[in-house]
Write a protein that binds this ligand. Structure first.
Ligand code: UDX
Length: 462
């Protein structure tokens, strides 16, 4: 008689409740399931509802089904905020999560006999879920570049050197470069110090970082959405880093972690455009533009005279009159397509796309690299300045937009940089070289593929 099959090891995946965190952790989860693990994916109630609603809007089905076709079990818990809480205030959201989630998560780990938790680095309090006596271990996952991570670990040294104070204020402005292949960055643009313009909030963020850094450095494994060839020096500065990126969506399918439904018009519209002609414009899930910036960007895209695909999320801007926007859409009809949310990875892999105007969120940056699309950088906050610096100063697969003396990113600047990037053969070639390196890392025998297998071994070892 055949021996009974061993139960599939059980992993709980815990992202920070924001789109740029839920998506890469969901991609990782799909891969783990593919390799035979059982995954329970934990969202906050608020985001769980959004994910199910977005899925239902695309499939026409009802919401509520929380088991994905590949078997990932999606569960949710309250985030500690009331129904009308401002979840765009990341620091406030982060503050309430441990008290709201730790107890219910411990209970779930017990009841499901979970052996591993993969927790977002931005949820580092989840390291407390480790329980050696019960055989529960925690691995961390970073949604940032290894360079931004290394900078985070370097903050205590910056404070010792008098570049930052313990409240996250810049006390001496200086360009920081941790090694030659890492991006130079101004002290004022250090992620975490630039996360909030409010001094009180910044203080809370920096204090929290100083408190959690030692535990993070002790973590067994830090899974990173990056790859060896592009960040070797930075990776060497992150203890126990395991780069498995770039994590990408399976070619024909959609990730289940999206908060908004994808507009189905994008791909047919791209099919109708000439090869290498389209400017793709998207600012991730969090960036917000005021009316003046929004109108300047719209004017700039119009001025380029090129076809563009522009993602304007429902919460991307406030204050732009519906009449103004409608008139803009009519003017650019046939030339530009404006959508609420796009299948970004499939858009970037489309041969019609020539360049990507991006806020340099790390996921978008990696996706641009993976598909060899030259980047036009317009960072908004946090790690995005560091990512821009990588693109413009180290990898040189893109250029940045520069504000004028009033601090305005003008429509003329947008027009001129798009034109420059479109005609820049050297940047295009460098983008193609990075694409090849990214593809090699995730192909059979590539470093990220091998690291993923190492991770699977670790999660399944008895
Ligand atoms: C944030 C930070 O910016 C990022 O640097 C951090 O590491 C994670 O959290 P976000 O600002 O949303 O994320 O940007 P980004 O990291 O680029 O993630 C956005 C994700 O949404 C990308 O995976 C992108 O493919 C996806 N997206 C965006 C879509 O699928 N469709 C869209 O229309 C726009």
């Amino acid at each position: 008689m055949a021996a009974p099959l061993a139960p599939r090891p059980h992993v709980m995946v815990l992202p920070f409740p924001a789109q740029g965190h839920v998506m890469p952790l969901m991609e990782l989860s799909h891969r783990l399931v593919h390799h035979g693990l059982q995954v329970v994916f934990v969202n906050t109630d608020f985001n769980h509802g959004r994910v199910l609603q977005a899925l239902a809007a695309e499939t026409g089905g009802g919401g509520g089904d929380a088991v994905l076709p590949d078997g990932i079990h999606m569960v949710s818990f309250p985030d500690g905020m009331g129904p009308d809480g401002d979840r765009t205030d990341i620091a406030m959201l982060a503050d309430g999560l441990p008290a709201a989630m730790l107890g219910p998560l411990q209970e779930m780990i017990r009841s499901r006999k979970t052996r591993w938790v993969i927790a977002d680095v931005s949820m580092s309090w989840a390291l407390d879920l480790a329980d050696p006596a019960a055989g529960v271990r925690v691995a961390l996952f970073s949604t940032f570049s290894a360079a931004a991570f290394a900078l985070r670990l370097h903050v205590p040294t910056l404070i010792e050197q008098g570049i930052l104070d313990e409240c996250g204020n810049v006390t001496r402005n200086e360009t920081i470069r941790l090694s030659p292949k890492m991006p130079p960055i101004e002290a004022a643009e250090i992620p975490w110090a630039s996360l909030s313009s409010s001094p009180e909030r910044r203080k809370v963020i920096i204090q929290n970082l100083l408190k959690t850094n030692p535990a993070i450095q002790q973590a067994d494994t830090v899974i990173c959405n990056t790859f060896e060839a592009i960040e070797s020096e930075a990776l060497a500065m992150v203890p126990h880093a395991l780069p498995v990126g770039p994590l990408e969506a399976a070619a024909a399918s959609r990730s289940a972690g999206q908060f908004w439904p994808e507009d189905p018009a994008c791909l047919p519209w791209l099919d109708a455009q000439a090869r290498g002609s389209v400017v793709y414009v998207a600012f991730g899930s969090f960036t917000v533009f005021d009316a003046a910036r929004f109108q300047e960007l719209a004017g700039g895209l119009e001025l380029t005279g090129r076809p563009f695909l522009w993602v304007v999320r429902p919460n991307f801007t406030a204050g732009v009159g519906e009449d103004w926007f409608e008139a803009f859409r009519r003017r650019v009809e046939g030339k530009g397509l404006v959508v609420g949310w796009a299948p970004q990875q499939r858009v970037l892999s489309h041969p019609a796309v020539a360049c990507f105007l991006t806020h340099c969120g790390w996921n978008s940056t990696m996706e641009g690299v993976r598909h060899g699309v030259p980047l036009l950088c317009w960072p908004y906050f946090a790690d995005q300045f560091c990512n821009q610096s990588y693109v413009c100063n180290v990898w040189r697969n893109g250029v940045k937009l520069c504000a004028d003396e009033r601090g305005v990113m003008t429509k003329e600047e947008i027009r001129s940089k798009v034109a420059r990037l479109m005609g820049d053969e050297e940047t295009r070639v460098r983008a193609a070289v990075w694409k090849d390196a990214a593809c090699a890392s995730i192909a059979e025998g590539g470093s990220s593929r091998l690291n993923l297998l190492k991770l699977v071994d670790l999660l399944t070892e008895q």
